[in-house]
Write a protein that binds this ligand. Sequence first.
Ligand code: NDP
Length: 255
Amino acid sequence: MTIMSRFDLKGKRAVVTGASQGIGLASARALAEAGAHVLLTSRDEQALEKAADELASEGYSVEHRFLDVTDSVAVTALAEDLGAVDILFANAGIARSGEAAEEMADDVIADVMNVNFNGVVHCCRAFGRKMLAAGGGSIVVTGSISALISNRPQKQSYYNASKAAVHQMVKSMAGEWAARGVRINAVAPGYIETPMTKYGMEEDPETAEKWLELTPMGRVGQPDEIASIIVFLASPAASYMTGSVVVADGGYTCW
Ligand code: NDP
């Protein structure tokens, strides 16, 4: 096997959550470009259809399906309904920040944990079970550098906690599943320019400016710069990696 052929995903089937925009959409495109057939999922059917149509018009092999990752029954049903799945990118997430920890309301905290942690649990458990039964597979989860540092300018204690829980779950599942052929890794992005952060930047340019000052590369990242890591982690190129958290943050956590 040549080195470059280890990135080849021809014949593989991938599922991506939160694929209607941002990091999920860029990664769905990258996985398809590497040769995989990709199922795009999210809640906004219109945005999802537009995203899938766009990729199909570029010649990629894709389909799309509504999926709310907080609905455990629906996630399990989807996993059971599909044929073989080789790759899962559990990426769907929401940010709720800007409010002091002592002021954040119960329902906001519950939403964050429900999507960012429970949603990832539902997907990894259901697709992990399927991959274990099939004897192999690769899961990548979107964590965050917010799990590694307090990320103080953002005021997002509970978001940070939800991502830290995801990192720890990845490490623990990796240990349980390694001998049975299923790898699971996380990517921990820094500030990436997506609809999620665009809103934040427009709403709160001062915080965005502070963030850039603290980033040695002096710029925000682009979704493609995460997507290439997803392809790597999902592919046989990362065959000796499991339980890893790969940081991509322009040096933000180097300080
Ligand atoms: P976006 O807001 O651009 O995209 C988030 C995606 O998640 C959308 O497709 C959204 O679609 C989907 N989603 C949200 N809630 C649900 C749900 N309950 N069920 C299914 N899908 C859902 O964000 P990003 O692309 O920036 O973020 C992607 C991931 O990366 C998130 O987990 C985020 O926390 C993480 N991250 C982002 C960083 C950044 O700087 N952008 C930094 C570090 C981590 P829909 O609303 O249609 O369901």
